[in-house]
Design a protein around this ligand. Structure first.
Ligand code: SF4
Ligand code: F3S
Length: 103
C-alpha cells in the first residue's frame, strides 16, 4: 500500500499538471507519488479506474504511462483541491494506492 507518511519519507521532486510529484522518480519504471492532499502512488496503481468512476467531485484524470510495469494508465489527482474527503476512492482502490488526508 501507499506510505501514509510519504511527505516525511520522500522529497517533492517535480510538478505535473499542477500536482506535486514525490520521488524517487525514474521513468518509465518509477513514477513516484502524485498529489499531496489526494495522493496516488503511481508505482502501485494498476489503472483499475474505480477511484475515477466513484469520485463525486471528479478529482481524477487519466494519464498515459507507457512501459510502466503495473499499468499503462494512471489517475492524476488533477483537481485535488476539490476533494470533499468522502474517502470513497481510498475504499474502492483494489491495491491501496491512494491516501487522502482530511483536514
Ligand atoms: Fe474524490 Fe472522495 Fe477521493 Fe476526495 S476522498 S478524491 S472526493 S473520492
Ligand atoms: Fe489506480 Fe486504484 Fe484508481 S488502481 S486507477 S488508484 S482505483
Amino acid at each position: 500500500p501507499i506510505d501514509p507518511n510519504f511527505e516525511k519519507n520522500r522529497e517533492a521532486v517535480d510538478e505535473e499538471d499542477g500536482v506535486t510529484v514525490w520521488g524517487p522518480v525514474d521513468p518509465p519504471e518509477k513514477l513516484g507519488i502524485h498529489g499531496t492532499h489526494v495522493a496516488v502512488d503511481f508505482d502501485i496503481c494498476i489503472g483499475d479506474g474505480a477511484c475515477l468512476e466513484d469520485c463525486p467531485v471528479d478529482v481524477f484524470s487519466w494519464v498515459d504511462t507507457p512501459d510502466h510495469p503495473e499499468s499503462e494508465v494512471k489517475v492524476e489527482p488533477a483537481r485535488e483541491d476539490q476533494c470533499i474527503d468522502c474517502m470513497l476512492c481510498v475504499d474502492v482502490c483494489p491495491v491501496d494506492a491512494i491516501d487522502v488526508d482530511p483536514g
